[in-house]
Ligand binder design. Structure first.
Ligand SMILES: C[S@@+](CC[C@H](N)C(=O)[O-])C[C@H]1O[C@@H](n2cnc3c(N)ncnc32)[C@H](O)[C@@H]1O
Length: 283
């Protein structure tokens, strides 16, 4: 006979804990709520309810896949980011909570009369869509070089009913023509080739194209900082998310290319996470 909700959760929690999950209880609850098509409150309210055989089999499949390391977001097919629910798939990175810091600082640097912004390496569209939802008066462009990511971002815009955003397939600035933006934002790949981080947890399942950027992890960031200037309006801002040990090198790159008001801000763990600079109007 199939177990109750409480027993199924206890079983899954112990399997996932022994497989090394950082959050076995949360993972178990998310997966069971998903197969039941309910929210997590239902699991507490109906803890003694016996699962149907079909539900239990589906739940076991998901728990086994999670035990093998498959990210919960890929198993559910979505990840919540900012105020949005975003579809995810293996064409791009699963949005991270720390990237909300990039959104917060971008919002803080968009003046009231700003009219356009661009998100480079948009992936699921997370940053572009969060900004588009907060500033419906602004025209948002998101680009990614991976066709599957562009398709996913477009789907996420439709599902979230955001109409002030367009997505283009582009190798960084390649498809942007003569466009100029009040602000450019990017969470580009910034992991060094061969980093042990690439062999850890969920990252093992994410595409290398979303993660790796040359020997020092700075290849794409170097390119973006140098190439962004003609795409920024006078006093336009460039904001980049990066690794916690890269702040100093990135401030140096911003300074080298003549940006002003260069600043790094820390995430909630106190680690360098976002560096920004403003296009120098005297060029
Ligand atoms: C770290 S992921 C960030 C995804 C998303 N912005 C987020 O924060 O969740 C980097 C993204 O950059 C894209 N990318 C990598 N190289 C690129 C390039 N040359 N031009 C445009 N996009 C690129 C990848 O496909 C990936 O979607």
């Amino acid at each position: 006979m199939s177990p109750t909700i409480a027993h199924a959760l206890a079983w899954a929690k112990s399997i996932l804990a022994s497989a090394g999950s950082d959050s076995p209880s949360t993972d178990a609850r998310l997966l069971l709520a998903h197969v039941l098509g309910k929210d997590q409150t239902y699991l507490y309210t109906w803890a003694d309810k016996i699962l149907s055989d079909r539900t239990y089999v589906d739940f076991q499949h998901l728990v086994n896949a999670r035990q093998q390391g498959e990210p919960v977001a890929y198993l559910l097919g979505y990840r919540d980011f900012w105020t949005l629910r975003l579809a995810v798939n293996p064409s791009t990175l699963i949005p991270r909570p720390e990237t909300e810091l990039l959104v917060e600082h971008a919002l803080g640097r968009l003046s009231e009369d700003a009219s356009s912004l661009c998100d480079l390496g948009t992936g699921t569209g997370a940053v572009a869509l969060a900004l588009a939802s907060e500033r419906p008066d602004i025209s948002v462009t998101g680009v990614d070089k991976v066709a599957g990511a562009v398709q996913l971002a477009r789907q996420n815009a439709i599902v979230n009913q955001l109409i002030n955003v367009q997505f283009l397939q582009s190798d960084w600035f390649g498809a942007l023509g003569n466009s100029q933006f009040n602000l450019i934002v990017s969470n580009p790949p910034y992991v060094e080739e061969g980093s042990p981080y690439l062999e850890e947890g969920d990252v093992r399942f994410e595409p290398r194209s979303a993660l790796i950027s040359g020997k020092d992890g700075l290849e794409d960031i170097r390119h973006i900082i140098g190439a962004a200037i003609p795409y920024l309006q006078a006093k336009g801002w460039l904001l980049l998310e990066h690794g916690y040990q890269q702040g100093k090198a990135i401030r140096g790159l911003f300074a080298h290319y003549g940006y002003t008001a260069v600043e790094t801000v820390q995430d909630y763990a106190g680690l360098d996470r976002v560096t920004m600079g403003q296009r120098n109007t005297c060029e």
